[in-house]
Ligand binder design. Sequence first.
Ligand code: BG6
Length: 493
Amino acid sequence: MTKSSTRQSDHPPFAFVLFGGTGDLAMRKILPALYAAHRDGLLAPEGRIVAVANTALDTSGYLRWVGEHVKPHISGAAFDDSVWRSFLERMAYVVLDASQPEAFSVLRDALDTGRGRRIYYLATGPALFVPICRALASAGLTEGSRIVLEKPLGYDLESSNAINDAVGQIFNEDQIYRIDHYLGKEAVQNLLALRFGNSLFEPLWRREWVESIQITVAEELGVEGRGNFYDQTGALRDMVQNHLLQLLSIIAMEPPRSMDADAVRDEKLRVLRALKPLLGDEIRHNVVRGQYHVGAIKGASVCAYHAEQGVGQGSTTETFVALKAEVESWRWAGVPFFLRTGKRLAGRLAEIVVNFRPVPHSALGPTALRPGSNRLTIRLQPNESIRLSALAKQPGMGMTLQGVHLDLAFDQFFQQDRMEAYQRLLLDVIGGRLALFVRRDEQEAAWRWVAPIIEDWDGHASPPKPYASGTWGPAAASALLARHSTCWPEEEN
Ligand code: BG6
């Protein structure tokens, strides 16, 4: 374990209660992240993890389960056997049917002996969020505690409001940590640093200089055994309503007064509330939905979405969305924000492209006006980087221009390892830092904006456009940009 020279207040004691302790998220993300925090010496020695699920196991049986299911999700280089054993010493397991309030006395007994702040992490389906909160309240377990809610928080504005109302009767807003793991990504926080730590971009960050902004979050993966869940969800709810709108709000927000949780969240909220509603025909013109068909990813053929396990026959669930959004403010009026996300695309890529306007008059000939120069590309994953694309003169006689790049590759510059998003966010919950969590009003504003799109799709049910797996989505996504005389970066040249 890395030696920790920090003060007690940096690593406060805690009792971390993980509902859904035998679930997929616990196995892939939460327990590996807690292990990493333990390995890095970032957890108080007396911090305890109490996993809760309704699988009949005792603690030693659970620890065996953890060995089999969690260990494989920790990369070899990060694994150390003695650290692992000391990590397991923090853990206990409680069998509990979370839908039975009377069963919660078992949890109270398990927590009675510990000290430190109680943190309840609900890594369960959203249907259990309210029953769990109510049962915790009637067992007298909520005082001074924190609750972490995983996405999806609801299915639409109404169901998310219902959950937030019910949870809000038991926990104050400053006790509620709504996770959007994109906010825990180092690269996303870097957006704040880039925008508000450098004066050079700020004067240009507005409609006078920016022609368009593109945000792409592309995945090669399909639904990966989550067909049942995904078929009820689709890309708009799974990715756009949360991750992509959060990225948009950070890119478009005004400089906050400070990095205080509410100062940052107030500014993000203003952007979300200023999104121009898409209504009626605008939805058909400005939103593309697609669904993957057979194709190949890295040379290996993959099946169509509707052949995935758990997906309903003839499903019209979208696995791809591209859309044009606008922010109604003096800073951004008229600047299109193109958002795109999808599964089974040609690459795994999350990036934001800020296209600056071309020079108003080219004394240097037409190449000075070509797309691809005057551009800032912020690559969030993989290989986090910032690239400024400009034009330079080719050496020699004449004045031939050529695209050149100023590149900052973060992993070359900063040699130290990146902290995984979940590790960062869990440490923030333990430390009581809310800045990287979604406030209720932000979430509501995001649902409110996507609601008419959901309604339109439900009502008019024109099926999603097919695209071959391993491509960049349906042709309509290119046509959407072509109508604005632009294209996606991979379509240039
Ligand atoms: C999750 C979605 O929130 O984000 C998944 O539910 C998606 O469908 C995942 O695959 C993408 O996250 P990342 O960190 O791999 O880009």
